[in-house]
Design a protein around this ligand. Structure first.
Ligand code: ATP
Ligand code: MG
Length: 354
C-alpha cells in the first residue's frame, strides 16, 4: 500500500519520523506492506519549488492510498507572497483530493483525564467522533459583503447544501458508526434553518432505508454544545455540517486537555489525508521534544479508514495507551513520578509495545 509522507515544517519532520517507526511495526505485525513516498508541502516546498503544493507532491498524493501529514507553516514564511503561503498548500491539497469529510475523534485516556479543564470523572469515558462536512454550507455559499441596502448597511451569507452533499457525509458517519458503537447523533438547527430541516430529513431517511442497525438521534447545535461539556460520554458519532462542526470540534478538542494528543482524518472518495490537529509548533521545532502522539493516532486512523486494517488501528491505539500507562511522557505532559522521553523514544516505545 502506497503512503505519501508530507512531514512539512516545524516539528512536522520529527513527529512523522517517530510515527513511521510505529507504522512499520504495525505493518510487520499484521502482515501488510507499506511503501512510502516522501514529498514536500508547505514552507519547505516554497523553499524548494516556490510553490507550497508542487506538482510532484500532487502526483504522489493522487496516486497514494493515503497521505500522512505532519504540519505546515512557521514564522520563516510570514512575509512570502500571500498566494504561495504554506497554508495555501494545505487548502489546495484538501481541494485536490476532494476531501469533504473531516473526522475528529476525542477519546479521553484515563491516564490523561486529569489534564482536562473538566472534572476527570466527567470526561473519563469520553470516546466520540465528530464527522464534519468540509466543503459546503455557509462557508462556501455566496457571501454578500456589507453594502447599503435601502439606506442600511447589510451583509449576508448563503447556507446551501444539496441532497448528494448531505447523503455522502451522512454515509461516512453511518459507516464510521458501524466500526464503532453503532450510534449517530445528527446535529442541526432544524427549528430555525431550512438547510437543517432538509439535512434532518435526509439523514432520517437514510437511517431507515440503509442503516436500520444504527441508532440515530438528533440534537440542536446549542443543546449539543452544552451536552459536550455536561456529558460527553453519551456520544459515539456526531454528524454535523461545516460551520457547526468547526465550532463543535474545537470545543470537543479541549475536553482531553492536550493539543499534542489529537489526530484527525479528512476523507473524500479517493485518497484520505491524516494529520494531528496541532500546528507546526515553531517554538519547540528541532529540539526533538515534540509529542508525536497525535500523529501516531492519525496513523491509526489511516489504517482504519484508508487501508481497512482495523486490527492494526486498534493495536496502535492500545500500544499508545500502554506506553502512557507505563508512565512515559514527552516534556509537554511530563509530571511527577513519570519517565521523561523525547519524540523518537516515544515512537520507539509505541512500536515496541505493539
Ligand atoms: P497553527 O496556526 O499552525 O495551527 P498554532 O499557532 O495554532 O499553529 P500550534 O503549532 O498548534 O499553534 O502550537 C500551539 C502550542 O502548543 C505551542 O506552544 C506548541 O509548542 C504546542 N504544541 C503544539 N503541538 C505540540 C506537540 N505535538 N507537542 C508538544 N507541544 C505542542
Ligand atoms: Mg491553530
Amino acid at each position: 500500500m502506497k503512503i505519501t509522507l508530507l512531514p512539512g515544517d516545524g516539528i512536522g519532520p520529527e513527529i512523522v519520523t517517530a510515527t513511521v517507526k510505529v507504522m512499520d511495526a504495525a505493518a510487520k505485525k499484521f502482515g501488510f506492506a507499506l511503501e512510502y513516498d516522501h514529498q514536500l508541502l508547505g514552507g519547505c516546498a516554497i523553499d524548494a519549488y516556490n510553490d507550497p503544493y508542487p506538482e510532484v507532491t500532487q502526483k504522489s498524493a493522487n496516486a497514494a492510498d493515503a497521505v500522512l501529514l505532519g504540519a505546515v507553516g512557521g514564522p520563516k514564511w510570514d512575509n512570502v507572497d500571500p498566494s504561495i503561503r504554506p497554508e495555501k498548500g494545505l487548502l489546495r491539497i484538501r481541494k485536490d483530493l476532494g476531501l469533504y469529510c473531516n473526522l475528529r475523534p476525542m477519546k479521553v485516556s484515563r491516564f490523561t483525564a486529569h489534564l482536562s479543564p473538566l472534572k476527570p470523572e466527567r470526561v473519563e469515558n469520553t470516546d466520540l467522533l465528530i464527522v464534519r462536512e468540509l466543503t459546503g454550507g455557509i462557508y462556501f455559499g455566496t457571501h454578500n459583503e456589507a453594502a447599503m441596502v435601502d439606506g442600511v448597511e447589510t451583509a449576508s451569507d448563503v447556507d446551501l447544501y444539496t441532497r448528494p452533499e448531505v447523503e455522502r457525509i451522512a454515509r461516512k458517519a453511518f459507516e464510521a458508526a458501524k466500526v464503532r458503537r453503532g450510534k449517530v447523533t445528527s446535529v442541526d438547527k432544524a427549528n430555525v434553518l431550512a438547510e437543517s430541516r432538509m439535512w434532518r430529513k435526509i439523514v432520517t431517511e437514510m437511517q431507515a432505508k440503509e442503516y436500520p442497525e444504527i441508532e440515530l438521534n438528533h440534537l440542536y447545535v446549542d443543546n449539543c454544545a452544552m451536552q459536550l461539556v455536561l456529558n460527553p460520554g453519551q456520544f459515539d458519532v456526531v454528524l454535523t455540517n461545516n460551520i457547526f462542526g468547526d465550532i463543535l470540534s474545537d470545543e470537543a478538542s479541549v475536553l482531553g486537555g492536550s493539543i499534542g494528543l489529537l489526530p484527525s482524518a479528512s476523507l473524500g472518495d479517493g485518497t484520505g489525508l491524516y494529520e494531528p490537529i496541532h500546528g507546526s509548533a515553531p517554538d519547540i521545532a528541532g529540539q526533538g521534544i515534540a509529542n508525536p502522539t497525535g500523529t501516531i493516532l492519525s496513523a491509526a486512523m489511516l489504517f482504519r479508514y484508508s487501508l481497512d486494517q482495523q486490527a492494526a488501528a486498534d493495536a496502535v491505539e492500545a500500544a499508545v495507551e500502554k506506553v502512557y500507562e507505563d508512565g512515559y511522557r514527552t516534556p509537554d505532559l511530563f509530571g511527577e513520578g513519570m519517565t521523561k522521553v523525547n519524540t523518537q523514544e516515544m515512537g520507539d516505545l509505541v512500536a515496541k509495545a505493539l
